[in-house]
Design a protein around this ligand. Structure first.
Ligand code: KIV
Length: 282
């Protein structure tokens, strides 16, 4: 059965942890869905892990729709949430509703996610009023990388911790169905999780959230260079891929691939006739 925002709420109420992973293509979405992940996030992290940008800022609505369509086709049961890219909702309430609508109507997502607190409550309310579920995103909000001056833990001092906790209440009041808490101290995430009636989904926010989300390239060992402390590596798929690619190169260069096992045959008489006709029998 297709998961919805109500499934996530039920998980919070029953105490069963919510599992969410990112995906950006049909094949990965299908595998995650078959494994039973509750929700799939088509994150604007695709700018970094799929398109090779330095941050998420260059990601466009067209990028998001293209990848969301592919994920939606692979997600039979998982709740599909699509990120609203930078400048698709900050500009006006009107833009926010139009662009959220495109992610649902053209992309096939069931919900949208957007970053920020008090400053985006009007947008959240308007999108929810248009019957589109909204997931909030607080703490380290990567679209504000130029304000934060890098990807750093947020909410370590009293003022900033209080602002994140207040924002969480405000976006809940505005109608958000869940909130992602990124890169904040565990005890702050715990306080917010207890205070909210909507589920919290943590990434680098400790074990007390109602659920967890990870970028799949990080948790499968596909990310090169620095990975954040919270990104536990659950498998080393990068090494599996490298071994596969190297074996293919080596077997192809040596002439061992393809062998008869991977080759189609034809009646010898036909080949002889063709050779005869083309003068290859001389
Ligand atoms: O874009 C993304 O992948 C995200 C997660 C880090 C939560 O927003």
């Amino acid at each position: 059965m297709k998961n919805t925002a109500a499934t996530l709420l039920m998980r919070k109420q029953s105490g069963e942890k919510i599992t969410m992973l990112t995906a950006y293509d049909y094949t990965t979405a299908r595998i995650e869905d078959e494994c039973g992940v509750d929700a799939i996030l088509v994150g604007d992290s695709l700018g970094m892990v799929m398109l090779g940008y330095e941050n998420t800022l260059p990601v466009t609505m067209e990028d998001m729709i293209h990848h969301t369509k592919a994920v939606a086709r692979g997600a039979e049961n998982a709740f599909v949430v699509a990120d609203m890219p930078f400048m698709s909702y900050q500009t006006s309430v009107y833009d926010a509703v139009v662009n959220a609508g495109r992610l649902i109507k053209e992309g096939g997502a069931q919900a949208v996610k957007l970053e920020g607190g008090a400053e985006v409550c009007e947008q959240i309310k308007a999108i929810v009023d248009a019957s589109i579920p909204v997931v909030g995103h607080l703490g380290l909000t990567p679209q504000s990388v130029n304000v934060f001056g890098g990807f750093k833990v947020q909410g370590k001092d009293y003022e900033r911790a209080a602002k994140i906790a207040d924002d969480a209440l405000l976006i809940q009041e505005a109608g958000a169905c869940a909130v992602v808490l990124e890169c904040i101290p565990e005890k702050l995430a715990d306080l917010i999780t207890r205070e909210l009636t909507i589920p919290t989904i943590g990434i680098g926010a400790g074990n007390e959230c109602d659920g967890q989300v990870l970028v799949y390239q990080d948790m499968l060992g596909l990310t090169t260079g620095h990975t954040p402390k919270f990104a536990k590596r659950f498998a080393d798929v990068g090494t599996v891929m490298r071994n596969g690619f190297n074996a293919y190169i080596q077997e192809t260069k040596s002439g061992n691939f393809p062998s008869s096992e991977h080759t189609y045959s034809i009646d010898e008489d036909i080949v002889e006739r063709l050779k005869e006709e083309r003068g290859q029998n001389k």
